[in-house]
Ligand binder design. Structure first.
Ligand SMILES: Nc1ncnc2c1ncn2[C@@H]1O[C@H](COP(=O)(O)OP(=O)(O)OP(=O)(O)O)[C@@H](O)[C@H]1O
Ligand SMILES: [Mg+2]
Length: 222
């Protein structure tokens, strides 16, 4: 199995001005296989988002290192807050490509394709984030991430703010996208049953430590 991410002995300690330190991650090692949907599960505060931010290179680990063999995009928990309220969905989805100076016609084509792929009606292009539902906004957030053609998509509690039926629709969308694209997905959630349903394999964090690797249909390892 080819690895796309290799995490070796990472730890992260946050130093507070008050002098208190928080150990968010402690000696975590695992591999992510190319093309898999890897779950990351654990209770609130166990270090899931810290791990996501380290993988996306938004922050550095205190110790250890991460080897990544591809580009990464993230989808966050709260879709409406993750969009700039002053811009239309189309503008926000296209923004990353504009920054890369991709020609206008190409951008329009890719935005249309992604609205289509993500199950968003073209009429929604001109809407502002507060004018659409949470589920529609999360579809746009997925479109915004995918337009950059990442190799790896990190979903950090991407369905947690949505009600159960919409949560299921977003999972179905991710499965559908996965079937069309050569994508590796890291699916972070505190909801173990959801992860068991969606992921072949998952790492389970407890108080910053990797306590188990869950593998579907086989006994847990570790
Ligand atoms: N920037 C920061 N400064 C200080 N402490 C932090 C910072 N970010 C996270 N922490 C602490 O690190 C620990 C892990 O936080 P993290 O956000 O990674 O947890 P989580 O598993 O994503 O939780 P949740 O399920 O609530 O999203 C917590 O104790 C948190 O308070
Ligand atoms: Mg979190």
């Amino acid at each position: 199995m080819e690895n796309i991410i290799s995490v070796k002995n990472i730890s992260k300690t946050f130093h507070r001005n008050s002098g208190d330190n928080t150990v968010a991650l402690s000696d975590v090692s695992f591999e992510v296989y190319k093309g898999e949907i890897l779950g990351v599960v654990g209770q609130s505060g166990c270090g899931k988002s810290t791990l996501a931010r380290i993988l996306a290179r938004l922050i550095k680990p205190t110790e250890g290192h991460v080897k990544t063999n591809g580009s990464i995009q993230m989808v966050f928990q709260n879709p409406i807050q993750s969009f700039d309220p002053r811009h239309t969905l189309e503008y926000s989805v296209a923004e990353g490509l504009k920054n890369k100076h991709v020609p206008k016609a190409e951008i329009e084509k890719r935005v249309s394709n992604l609205f289509n792929l993500c199950g968003l009606d073209v009429d929604l292009k001109d809407k502002y984030p507060h004018q659409v539902s949470g589920g529609q906004c999360q579809r746009a957030a997925i479109a915004r991430a995918l337009i950059m053609e990442p190799d790896i998509l990190i979903c950090d509690e991407a369905t947690s703010a949505l009600d159960v039926t919409v949560q299921k629709q977003i999972i179905d969308l991710l499965m559908d996208i996965k079937a069309h694209k050569d994508l590796t997905i890291i699916f972070i959630s505190h909801n173990l049953p959801l992860v068991e349903m969606f992921c072949e394999r998952a790492i389970i964090l407890k108080e910053g430590k990797l306590c188990k690797i869950y593998q579907k249909k086989t006994e847990p390892i570790g």
